[in-house]
Design a protein around this ligand. Structure first.
Ligand SMILES: [Ca+2]
Ligand SMILES: [Ca+2]
Length: 238
């Protein structure tokens, strides 16, 4: 463009947008009205992309994912639906990226299970099926993010995680031993072998000090809320 002798451009002044009484109280509504006016003038669809999408795009590029634009999710909408921050969305992208998405940004059951240290069983396939709303046999980042954020946005999520910890720590010493974890997985993922239990143990031990504290446990579930049914079997009193 700058090698041309002449460049022509057109400037269109949009009408001034005045906030209504409601919009004076709510800046978000005013911004929606303004962005609608801009989108209409440009003859484009108004979307909910925000700076968070740029963060996701940049992270996808850093992670060398093919077609990084596959990982934009209209972050403003996601944030208002599930109250998650852009940083949390970027963390979910890091996890999703380790599931080896293909060039169209889709992840298979096999890679999903590998990263979450799950074995193929009724429960783990059910979790995947919960994300795979289109029943396509593979999931996108948007679906993974929506499902994870939906679970962690449940009002009782934090309380359920804390109860799950107490339930797992049967001897009450403040840590979950591999034996205690094995007892829980026996119910949720029957016939888990030593290696599979060890895999879940390593995943839950966030600070890698060879023991699962409550902090490890809660932090791992915050980052991987889809694991809650695996570590929280029946919490009702027996
Ligand atoms: Ca214990
Ligand atoms: Ca630990």
């Amino acid at each position: 463009m700058f090698t041309q002798f002449h460049n022509f451009m057109e400037v269109e002044y949009l009408p001034v947008i005045y906030p209504s009484d409601t919009q004076k109280q709510n800046a978000v509504r005013l911004s929606q009205k303004t962005s609608h006016a801009i989108a209409t003038s440009l003859n484009v669809v108004q979307t909910s992309h925000s700076y968070g999408d740029l963060m996701l795009l940049n992270r996808a590029t850093e992670l060398k994912l093919e077609n990084p634009s596959n990982y934009m999710v209209e972050m403003a909408k996601v944030a208002s639906l599930f109250h998650i921050s852009s940083l949390e969305a970027v963390r979910y992208l890091d996890t999703f990226s380790s599931m080896n998405p293909d060039s169209s940004g889709r992840v298979t059951l096999h890679d999903f299970l590998r990263v979450l240290r799950l074995k193929p069983c009724t429960l783990s396939k059910g979790i995947f099926g919960f994300i795979d709303v289109e029943k396509a046999g593979s999931i996108t980042f948007r679906q993974f993010l929506f499902a994870s954020a939906h679970v962690s946005a449940q009002p009782l999520f934090q309380q359920t995680c804390e109860l799950a910890f107490s339930h797992c720590d049967t001897d009450g010493d403040g840590f979950i031993s591999i034996q205690e974890l094995g007892d829980v997985l026996k119910h949720t993922m029957p016939n888990s072998n030593k290696e599979e239990i060890q895999g879940m143990y390593i995943l839950l031990d966030e600070d890698k000090d060879q023991r699962i504290s409550k902090v490890d446990f809660l932090s791992c579930l915050r980052r991987n809320p889809l694991l809650i049914p695996v570590v929280a079997p029946i919490l009702s009193p027996t």
